[in-house]
Ligand binder design. Sequence first.
Ligand code: GAL
Length: 735
Amino acid sequence: MRKIVSFNDDWLYLAEDVPVSTPDIAFEHVTLPHSNITLPHRNFDNIEYQFISTYRKRFRLPEALQGRRLFIDFDGALMACEVFLNGHRVGEHEGGFTPFSFDLTDYVDEKGENLLVVRLDSTERPDIPPYGFVVDYLTFGGLYRDVSLRYVPVCFIDNLFVRTFDVLTATPRIEVDVRLKNTAGLEQKLALSFFIENQAGAAIQQFDGPAVTLAPGEESVVTLSGPVTEAIDRWSLNHPALYVATVVLASGSQPISQRMSASFGFREAVFRHDGFYLNGEKIKLRGLNRHQLYPYIGAAAPERLQRKDADILRYELGCNIVRTSHYPQSPHFLNRCDEIGLLVFEEIPGWQHIGDSDWQGISLRDVEAMIVRDRNHPSIVVWGVRINESMDNEALYTATNALAHQLDPTRQTSGVRYFLGSQFLEDVYGFNDFSNTVVEPSNTPHLVTEFGGHMFPTKTWDQEERQVEHALRHARVQDRAAGMDNVTGAIGWCMFDYNTHVEFGSGDRVCYHGVMDMFRLPKFAAYVYESQIDPDVRPVLRAGTFYAPGDRSNGGADGGYDFYIFTNCDEVEVFVGESLWGRCFPDRDAFPHLRYPPLKVGEGQLWYAHRLRVPAARIVGYRNGQVVIEERLVANKLPHALLLQADDTELKADGADMTRLVFKVVDAAGHRLPQAHMIVTFEVEGPAELVGENPFPLIGGQAAAYLRTRHAIGTVTVKAHTPRLPAASVTITVR
Ligand code: GAL
């Protein structure tokens, strides 16, 4: 009876505000998620995405209504829109980061063709958060998330909220709030129950609920609950066990007239004065901030790219938490965080500025939309209910906190400020700490929600010394946070470089604040995070050098700077040429609290000694006396190979699926050459298109383009060329 149909296909798009009389032929065919404009990765202006565009979709109902109601659900649209069906205005929405729905039932033609029109305003409207003042990131435009059609019975389940309690005891309890809406003109007698399934899809327990009567037009929340007597696995970082709760609604003679499911986990997450506890275990939070931005496509990344970012944070960078700075992010990203055990701090849209009462009304609505959408995600452990770095506003933040607690009594709130002494109305004091250390908290629980960033912008092609210092700054703050019991953890600014407004960044509309570049390729600072990965999961050993002594200050001599290795090994041997230069140990004096401190090889002398004829070096990592990993540094820094790698070998032929194509020019040991600004040219054969600049000058020896599928299956071959090196290619199957 309840049915959801993807509505991402077969849209018509025109980058103009046009009347209905404009013929379809003027439009381009597009698939969602869609960006209103494809831009270069930098050196463009935000004015370029700021316009009103028209999306159209002609459709016949995929199945008959049979008495049901029909909704259209938008996961998000940047920044505001009006929606029309067959000439009727069905609604409008302001705000780009939270979902919205319209009831189409009264205007849809059940038998004939329908015309849906979305008039999308992607301007930076000062009446909508985050705008009204300056903002350090671009928002971009487009129907940039999924859209679906939802059929529901006239008396239907609107949403579910699954809560678990006493999860550390032998009998946890589960409660499910079922929001029901009776749009019918008749009273409805319903019986509710629910069952839970484990990850393998086996039903493990059933719970019967009360009989309910809903008056015509009534909306009501019914709570079902019971003790969980079957053995369950708790959701944790290393074992993120997920369950599914399915509510079954019986009405009249129909035993199952509708069902609705929600994925959830059994876990207890709490910030205390002395730390953050997950299932009773104290965990120091170590993470990065993530924007939802990508080169070329702005915010319009499909599911696969969203999931990949979560994987990069968890598996490549070893983070245990991400902050969705500065807005609710894609459901696909959050689903992946649930699946892989990555904790989330999610917050409402906004940046420093608080607007008038209408603007604040949108903020309150955003609090509600965010929490109602996301409160079943076990990965989300705290709600950010303050406009990032805004001034105190007692009335607004008393209201956002009260609303958050009412909608979700199970989670604590936080809010991010940049000055100590700001009013503490939340449960967790979120503080952006740009002191280059961690200040003594004035309120607890205290969480460092940002550090680094604009204090030390660093590019992948910057001189090595700067890139090393950038890494050490992350190491120092994470070390200090790790050592403070009254600090629950630190979330650095930020995961990757991002496009921004003229008031920020390096003039090319990029903030080079990431531990990775905007293609999610690592700088040395990324290795600080990666090296905290448990060595039982995988050994990590990364040299913080490009091994070009002449590029170092002081000609590589004394008084230069130290050579660091980022590793989770307990000792390393450094061989220069054939001879053992030395054995080195983690620098516990400088980093007493990090589990795996960087390891200092020594001053510039190492390089100076070999300045005239630099031999290859070998770094051998040991754990418990055994060699577990080895890294080679070659002296000849000439380009050796062009590498081309795709993140995926298979894609979906849905016209929207994308994968990243990483390309690098490397030396004989496979290390990128940061000064190889070589031109790479691509050729694509098969049913997919390249999203990126072609040809492309490498940035710091590395970059990426993206591949987007069409509605056709087949084999795609991408070839990359650069002068004087053999071509590289990858093959991807589109199914
Ligand atoms: C913070 C802000 C972030 C970013 C960062 C740069 O003040 O919250 O969005 O601008 O600075 O370091």
